[in-house]
Write a protein that binds this ligand. Structure first.
Ligand SMILES: Nc1ncnc2c1ncn2[C@@H]1O[C@H](COP(=O)(O)OP(=O)(O)OP(=O)(O)O)[C@@H](O)[C@H]1O
Length: 176
């Protein structure tokens, strides 16, 4: 199976993807690494701007059948399941601040998590979307929850988080 692990930067995609790939005996690949390796996208400042249609086409032709794809654009790749990781926006903020993200970037990503941005994108691309709230769970617990859901034949589970009641606690991060 091809499984995309997507979500707002800082929710724990890379951590979970590597663990899940090991747990399933699957190949691990990240959109970022794949794009650089295959010359997809162009550098804009310190970021790479990726054409998601080109990414999807080349990845679909190149990667194996049993792969975990890590990245906040991975839901654009044709896969069997899209796992959308969620985390309390305050946790996202704290992790991005720890990585010295600029205040503006922190605000953009906290807002994206608050308004379910990646979930909405994933639902536009794939029927099989499974949302997992990572808040307060270890990477191992998250991986076991994903394996349990997949083994249980769950194809779609969304609408499990609503961060609207967290607004007052995170508004400081949203101010530009
Ligand atoms: N379940 C977890 N519990 C505690 N810390 C976690 C958990 N998952 C990830 N982390 C920590 O949060 C930080 C971000 O994790 P990670 O790099 O996996 O996120 P990401 O979504 O891949 O971020 P990006 O999209 O920016 O690459 C890391 O310091 C990681 O160790």
């Amino acid at each position: 199976m091809r499984i995309a692990i997507t979500g707002t930067p800082g929710v724990g995609k890379t951590t979970v993807s590597k663990l899940l790939a090991g747990r399933l005996g699957y190949e691990y690949t990240s959109v970022k690494d794949f794009a650089v390796e295959h010359g997809i996208g162009k550098r804009v400042g310190d970021e790479i701007e990726i054409d998601v249609d080109e990414l999807a086409e080349i990845m679909d032709e190149t990667i194996g059948k049993n792969v975990v794809i890590d990245g906040h654009l991975s839901h654009y790749v044709p896969v069997d399941f899209v796992i959308v990781l969620r985390a309390d926006p305050k946790i996202v903020a704290q992790r991005l601040i720890e990585r010295d993200y600029l205040k503006k970037k922190v605000g953009e990503n906290v807002e994206a998590e608050l308004i379910d941005e990646i979930l909405v994108e994933a639902l536009e691309e794939n029927e099989n979307v499974i949302e997992v709230d990572t808040t307060g769970k270890t990477p191992e617990e998250i991986v076991e929850e994903i394996v349990h859901l997949l083994e249980g034949g769950v194809k779609r589970r969304v609408g499990i988080v609503d961060w609207s009641d967290r607004f007052d606690d995170i508004v400081e991060y949203l101010r530009r």
